[in-house]
Design a protein. Sequence first.
Length: 350
Amino acid sequence: MYKSLIRPLLFLIQPEQAHRVTVGLLKFVMALPLVKSLFRNQFEVSNPNLKRELFGLTFKNPVGLAAGFDKDAKLIDEMEALGFGFVEIGTLTPLPQAGNPQPRLFRLPDDHSLINRMGFNNEGIHEAAHRLIERKSNIIVGGNIGKNKVTPNENAIDDYEQCFEALYPLVDYFTVNVSSPNTPDLRQLQEKEPLFNLLNHLKKLNQQKDHPKPILLKIAPDLTEPQLDDIIEICLSVPVDGIIATNTTISRNSLKTNATRLKEIGAGGLSGESVKGRSTEVIRYISQKSGGKLPIIGVGGISSASDALEKLEAGASLVQIYTGYVYEGPALIRDINRAILQQQAAYAGS
């Protein structure tokens, strides 16, 4: 129904407007009696063999919603009813910010991909914190944190600290986002010295807490092998609890969308099937180079159950979806979880 009816209707309007419509419809429909139960019956796969223990947390299944879809923590309970094992909110910044000028989100249907240059548009950490307090479900929630656009890189640590402190009582893990291509100079924080200083600072803050929260680093797919080596070294030395691989790419290689259209769209991060191969390469590289010591959440181009299995086989322990969810709908969550169970059964029988 989603791909034959709902998606075609949503694709008639601009992507950001379609997202707002989707959020509104989900909030409205799932507030009706029994509707959440109907969605759970349709999309949730409940099986103890799907549970994953990672970072000291128990995930009911390994399929999560990637950051960017629910920036302001408005849909946590609704996403839980659709069968996700965890939800990552954000990217959140200390102060609300409008993000980059519109239009800033573009579909590439021929490539099952999106280009965005949103620019960390969000309502700020305090609005999100209020919603986190009011949520009803106990699904695991990650807080993806960043810096405000107006904050210079030399003061970036202060922004990440404010986000950490405000969200600490309310999220289950943190993701440090230094890899978005849409905030000027943000990716410079992936360089060795500033990255170590940022992660080490957050680690020290975390250790002062009664119950430290897992801290993960989200990285770009455009890093070279020497840069990945530096990141692995830093993540093992600080240490951080894991890596999310990967964010969107600035590459436009091997796209079916014509060059004229791409030029019209301009700058932005590319997500979806187009980044699948590179994301998997990065996951495999980190897993092998770290000797499996760095847990990985795999994200990037997961549009089918086989895509998710590929990420897991490359070394990921969990996966996240976003663009694939836009194109495939909530059945994708169910299909991935079923495929994981089928694979486990096949291994057990072999």
